[in-house]
Design a binder for this molecule. Structure first.
Ligand code: TPP
Ligand code: MG
Length: 690
């Protein structure tokens, strides 16, 4: 905070810091000293009240002007930061962002490295030479329940993994007080002892005092006991760990900043609960220690020389030196030199003008005899969008090795696949029109079979409006079954992050992929997407529905800059698409979730309401015809583009009516559509019901 992390301002884009989630109190304390947070707000820590609450963990949704990245779901910070670093290079290589040498830092717990997401993408970081990326692993040797590797050595293990993957590894293990001992250790016995001791022992060494360390660590070899014979137990206790030695940490950060050509990881050895004393330093219950009693607080004060009286400690007062004190002046000066406050979230991105209706014209016409899947319609729509000069450069198609499945291989030639090294080979299909073209300026992010990586790219692109002040339009197209259920937590993080973009669950539904087997038949992704409040999900059937929804998505997210994102399913089945009905209510209905698609009025007796969506609407059309032709029953046929949107709106209206008994009750949109009709109502979709 004082020396390295540069803030965003009108001259510089700012470094991006992914703070370890539960280190949030540290950032609040610093912000308090800087005068960015009041003591009243500190009192509201973890209360999440509005206004003035401080969220327990970094959370851009709850504190939209402060936090940049939600990180507390372990493993997501690391993978999102890798793809953030990659996306930054993508923007630079495509000429959309200036190369200012900005860095992406990510702070991770050593226990957190057990999450597959933490280490799963480190190969990509090395392969793509992400020297703008610095990981700092806080190796306090403990996680929540106990040691990370009691019988082993997490630092050594991580060193091997990162070095093997091609990273620059910096270890910060021993603090300066060890330097004299190490200099005296001519035979290498001290280093041998250091290497022998496992993490379970190191943990105990920092929990049990100097005499214990003398006996159990140095005492193993008489020569080592001799080495420390001049030192008191207190001196031995003071032998510090690198991660708590500001000089060593500075040196490591400085070295990381200078490194080129590879990402860097700093493995810093620390003590869990540093400074908490007997109540929580280096013991197995440290993580759960939420309160300090008076004795512990007094110990803490003495240990760090905090100038508070006993009474002030007992009153649990905050300590803040006056504004003109050297400490506060120094803190603030450092931040001014580094360009401003941090963390801070802001956006100066310009909105992207919604493309004209013309671009979508073809989608509103009938396809005549021509059969087409909505997945194909989407690809065509994207192709026409590439003709819109505002939208085209901002589109970021993201595909996890399924471009050919969705008929998107044409994009390879047209806009190229992003590759930081360009293309060093002639592709095997170079004769073909849609040959596999990799390009340093390529636009498509072809992620390989890596849904978590693809989601992380999508989040990086969808938050570019704040992290890089340029709005991008990410469109991540995946097999719908491998979307929300595969990477649900990243979808949730996307919501917290205020990501703007499109998720397309292609080849969606249960019925349209018959033959691929159950593990491909998605009967629930709309249920999973429905639990994310700022995700709008749609299940359209016809080309004009899809294009209407898509255009509205562009308008709301990228023109009006609303913090929502869209999940749209597209299908695999080929069929003909009708012309968009002329009635004005159709467009509104498509966006609200349902509209009257067709009336069957021949017999003018009983009339039933048929509601169908996505893959099932066409079955409903058949049903209506059978009912009319074989049973002489009329029907209204409703196309439901989104059961989710209908439900959300209905819940909102119900709640409004409940809370406002004195006002005229509002009608839900479903009531507007159906209340004047007679039952029965038959509603069907390709998805499970709630
Ligand atoms: C996905 C996920 N699982 C579990 C948790 C709960 N949790 C929060 S912190 C923590 C232990 C963290 O240990 P470590 O990563 O070593 O960090 P340290 O506190 O030791 O620095 C756990 C299990 C979480 N936040 N996210
Ligand atoms: Mg730990």
């Amino acid at each position: 905070m004082n020396h390295f992390w540069r803030a965003k301002n009108n001259k510089f884009g700012g470094d991006l810091i992914y703070f370890q989630g539960h280190s949030a109190p540290g950032m609040y304390a610093r912000a308090y000293l800087e005068g960015r947070i009041t003591s009243k707000e500190l009192d509201s820590f973890r209360q999440e009240v509005n206004p003035g609450g401080l969220s327990s963990y970094p959370h851009p949704w709850l504190m939209p002007k402060f936090w940049q990245f939600p990180t507390v779901s372990m493993g997501l910070g690391p993978i999102m930061s890798i793809y953030q670093a990659r996306f930054t290079k993508y923007l630079i290589n495509r000429g959309l962002l200036k190369d200012e040498g900005r860095k992406i830092w990510c702070f991770i717990g050593d226990g957190e490295t057990d999450e597959p997401e933490s280490l799963g993408a480190i190969g990509l970081a090395a392969r793509e030479k992400l020297d703008n990326l610095i990981f700092v692993v806080n190796c306090n040797l403990q996680r929540l329940d106990g040691p990370v590797r009691g019988n082993g050595k997490i630092i050594q293990e991580l060193e091997g993994i990162f070095r093997g993957a091609g990273w620059n590894v910096i270890k910060v293990i021993w603090g300066s007080y060890w330097d004299t001992l190490l200099a005296k250790d001519k035979t290498g016995l001290l280093i041998k002892r250091m290497n022998e001791a496992v993490d379970g022992e190191y943990q105990a060494f920092k929990a049990k005092g100097g005499a214990f360390v003398r006996e159990k660590f140095f005492g193993k070899y008489p020569e080592l006991l001799n080495l420390v014979s001049q030192m008191t137990d207190k001196d031995i206790w003071r032998l510090n760990r690198g991660g708590h030695d500001p000089h060593k940490v500075y040196a490591a950060y400085h070295s990381a900043m200078q490194n080129t050509g590879t990402p860097t990881v700093i493995l810093a050895k620390t003590i869990k609960g540093y400074g908490m004393g007997k109540s929580g330093e280096s013991i197995n219950t440290t993580h759960q220690q939420k309160k300090l009693d008076e004795k512990d607080l007094l110990y803490y004060r003495d240990r760090f020389d905090v100038p508070l009286t006993d009474q002030q400690v007992k009153n649990i007062e905050y300590y803040k030196p006056p504004d003109n004190s050297p400490e506060i002046k120094y803190l603030k000066e450092c931040r001014i030199k580094l360009g401003g406050n941090l963390p801070e979230r802001s956006s100066f991105a310009k909105s992207i003008k919604t493309p004209s209706e013309d671009i979508f014209k073809a989608m509103k016409e009938s396809t005549g005899e021509k059969e087409m899947s909505t997945t194909m319609v989407l690809v065509r729509m994207l192709t026409s969008l590439l003709r819109d000069k505002n939208v085209a450069p901002r589109l970021v198609p993201i595909i996890p090795d399924e471009a050919r499945t969705f008929g998107m291989e044409g994009f390879f030639q047209k806009i190229g696949i992003y590759a930081h090294e360009g293309q060093k080979y002639e592709p095997v299909d170079s004769e073909q029109l849609s040959s596999y073209r990799e390009d340093v300026k390529g636009q498509v992010l072809e992620e390989g079979i890596n849904e978590a990586g693809a989601m992380s790219s999508w989040i990086a692109a969808g938050t570019s409006y704040t992290n890089h002040d340029i709005s991008m339009i990410p469109i991540y197209i995946f097999y719908s079954m491998f979307g929300f259920q595969r990477t649900g937590d990243l979808a949730w993080a996307a919501g917290d992050n205020q990501t703007r973009g499109f998720l397309i669950g292609a080849t969606a539904g249960r019925t349209t992929l018959a033959g691929e087997g159950l593990q491909h038949g998605d009967g629930h992704s709309h249920i999973l997407s429905s639990v994310i409040p700022n995700c709008k999900s749609y299940d359209p059937t016809f080309a004009y529905e899809l294009s209407t929804i898509f255009r509205e998505g562009l308008r709301r997210m990228h023109d009006k800059q609303e913090n929502i994102f869209y999940y749209i399913t597209t299908m695999n089945e080929n069929y003909t698409h009708p012309k968009m009905p002329k009635d004005k209510s159709v467009e509104k209905g498509i966006l609200k979730g349902m509209y009257l698609f067709k009336e069957y009025n021949k017999y003018k007796k009983t009339k039933i309401q048929l509601l169908g969506s996505g893959a099932i609407l066409r079955e409903m059309i058949k049903a209506a015809e059978i009912l009319q032709n074989e049973y002489h029953i009329d029907s209204n046929l409703w196309s439901v583009t989104s059961y989710n949107e209908l439900r959300k709106e209905a819940i909102e209206v119900e709640r409004y009516n409940l809370l406002n008994p004195d006002k005229r009750p509002k009608k839900t949109y479903i009531e507007e559509c159906l209340s004047s009709t007679e039952g029965p109502i038959v509603a069907a979709s390709d998805y499970m019901r709630l």
